[in-house]
Ligand binder design. Structure first.
Ligand code: DGJ
Length: 545
């Protein structure tokens, strides 16, 4: 049937189309809910249950072809994928979007979102992802230099042509995304460069860098430190306040001799570069942008680790220098995961974990529930995810729980209705088995880590953990493995189990399994999520005197 615009159906169609056209495409954004920051995509809060591809995987459409469906099957909703400058702009000014477009198409076909990693001027400090026309033109694109003048394979942040060329390419990528993706919101965020930082010395010693180092500390940095005097990181307090909180002077006068001043200087200039890149990108398409961090091992000198990156002791410098960067995201390959989350989760820094250890690491599945449950993380993503998608093991199980719980997590974020827990681990790997206590609503929960009596099970205990979400006055969802949970009313008296079910959410609907009682709850004394079996229990408590 031909539908003329004057028929009732035709009018309805025209009105609907007009209404659809009137809906403005909005890029993904960050929005406050309570004291949390949420990522919003397609107009709704979104939780990144993610994984980052190996560095070279996304360089080939054919290589990636079999992986997309496997990643979706292991319950990922987002893939973090590199976009290499050398492949996007192989000839200056001529962009090739074939690879990027194929990635968007594959992600959409598999119901996956993307976070793109801009491997531009720097990737793990080095400048190996820049196009050959940049690499080979040492006159225009100055290299960073060692104290003896020798160049390194790191382009200098002080070369104006470098920033211009990187900005142009980055803005072109963002403009392309706006053109092809602003209605779909397939791309959620973009990472600016990768693990920025100077190696193997604390700063660039080339002529441009030396000239900048001879200048006084910029007023913008001093003004920031002054305005945030009471909330500076302990390390910055020590460096700047202990030296008299000077408001003008050289880098050495304000921050100390040698590597200390050199590293603050490096951090400031890297932050400014990243900020300028972000500003140009956002002008094209205002996606949330972040930088990731190569964390430093204790006791090492700047240059032995990437000097001047957005490290714990330099967070104030980066916040001052890069206001267009929405968040600083730690890559955590060390065991002291919980301690590092305390550092990077701040009122001005929502938590995102782009590289939460290698995907196959045994602590990763519990860390995912912990980061999201305890820190309102907007997303979690271990590294080299495509290397385990044939045998994802426990990660697929914990991601299955997270994807079932996603609506409850998003509703609870920032509202004091969610807790996450796992045994705390130190940098040296030692574990603190002490039970954790969390209060949600009218009940206080004590979470003990099962098998803590068996020293031989210690290795496994590091992998235990979970989360509790309050869904009603006396209703809770408990998810995880290896935990035993007891409870008491906050206002006194005792608490008992009204009901405890195992089960799962299918398309948001609870499908109850066994009603747990008797031995399964120790005759009503506790809720137990046994080791090795990732699960959700839906419980209702009651109190008595
Ligand atoms: C951290 C980097 O950010 C990644 O791109 C990758 O190189 C890993 N290290 C390898 O462990």
């Amino acid at each position: 049937m031909k539908v003329g615009i004057r028929t009732p159906l035709g009018i309805l169609l025209a009105v609907t189309l007009m209404a659809a056209g009137a809906v403005r495409a909005e890029p993904p954004s960050l929005r406050k809910q309570g004291d949390a920051t949420q990522l919003v995509a397609n107009g709704k809060p979104f939780l990144i249950i993610g994984g980052e591809l190996g560095n070279s995987s996304a360089s080939s459409e054919a290589f990636m072809a079999p992986h997309w469906a496997k990643l979706r099957a292991m319950h990922l909703n987002t893939v973090l994928a590199p976009v290499a400058w050398e492949q996007m702009e192989p000839t200056e000014g001529k962009f090739d979007w074939t690879l990027l477009d194929s990635m968007l198409k594959a992600a959409r076909a598999n119901d996956l979102k993307l976070v793109l990693l801009w491997f531009g001027a720097w990737k793990n400090s080095m400048s190996t992802y820049v196009p050959a026309w940049v690499k080979r033109d040492q006159k225009r694109f100055t290299r960073a230099a060692l104290p003896d003048g020798r160049g390194v394979e790191i382009l200098s942040a002080f070369a104006p042509e470098m920033l211009k060329a990187d900005q142009k390419a980055f803005a072109a990528v963002l403009a392309h995304l706006k053109a092809v993706d602003d209605k779909d919101n397939t791309v959620l965020m973009v990472q600016v460069e990768n693990e920025i930082g100077m190696l193997p010395v604390a700063r660039d010693y080339g002529p441009l860098a030396n000239a900048a180092f001879a200048q006084p500390v910029p007023a913008e940095l001093v003004n920031y430190l002054t305005a945030h005097k009471d909330s500076l990181t302990p390390a910055m307090r020590k460096m700047w306040l202990d030296r008299g909180a000077k408001s003008r002077g050289s880098w050495t006068e304000l921050f100390g001799e040698g590597d200390a001043a050199a590293e603050v200087f490096t951090a400031w200039h890297y932050a400014r570069f990243a900020d300028e890149l972000a500003r140009a990108g956002k002008a094209a398409y205002a996606l949330p942008l972040y930088v990731n961090v190569a964390l430093n091992r204790p006791g090492r000198a700047p240059g032995e680790y990437p000097s001047g990156g957005p490290l714990p002791h330099l967070l104030d410098v980066w916040k001052a220098g890069a206001p267009n960067i929405d968040l600083i995201a730690p890559d955590i390959y060390f065991p002291n995961f919980a301690q590092l989350l305390d550092v990077y989760h701040r009122p001005d820094n929502p938590l995102f974990l782009p590289e939460a250890n290698g995907a196959g690491t045994a602590t990763v599945p519990a860390n995912a529930l912990f980061a999201i449950g305890a820190h309102d993380a907007i997303g979690f993503s271990p590294f080299s995810i495509d290397s385990i998608d044939d045998k994802p093991g426990a990660l697929a199980q914990s991601y299955d729980l997270l994807s079932q719980l996603e609506p409850f997590i998003l509703a609870a974020q920032g509202r004091g209705k969610m807790a996450g827990f796992k045994p705390r681990q130190s940098y040296d790997g030692s574990l603190d088995f002490a039970p954790d206590v969390r209060t949600l609503g009218d009940y206080r929960f004590t979470i003990a880590y099962a098998d803590i009596q068996r020293p031989e099970a210690n290795a496994d205990t590091a992998n235990y953990g979970g989360m509790i979400i309050q869904t009603g006055p006396e209703d809770y969802l408990i998810a995880g493995q290896g935990i035993t949970v007891t409870f008491e009313p906050v206002k006194g008296g005792s608490a008992g189990i009204d009901s405890a079910f195992e089960g799962r959410f299918e398309s948001g609907k609870w499908m109850a399994g066994r009603l747990l009682n008797g031995d399964q709850t120790h005759q009503g004394r506790h809720i137990r999520l046994e080791p090795g079996k990732w699960q959700i229990q839906k419980i209702r408590l009651y109190s008595y005197k």
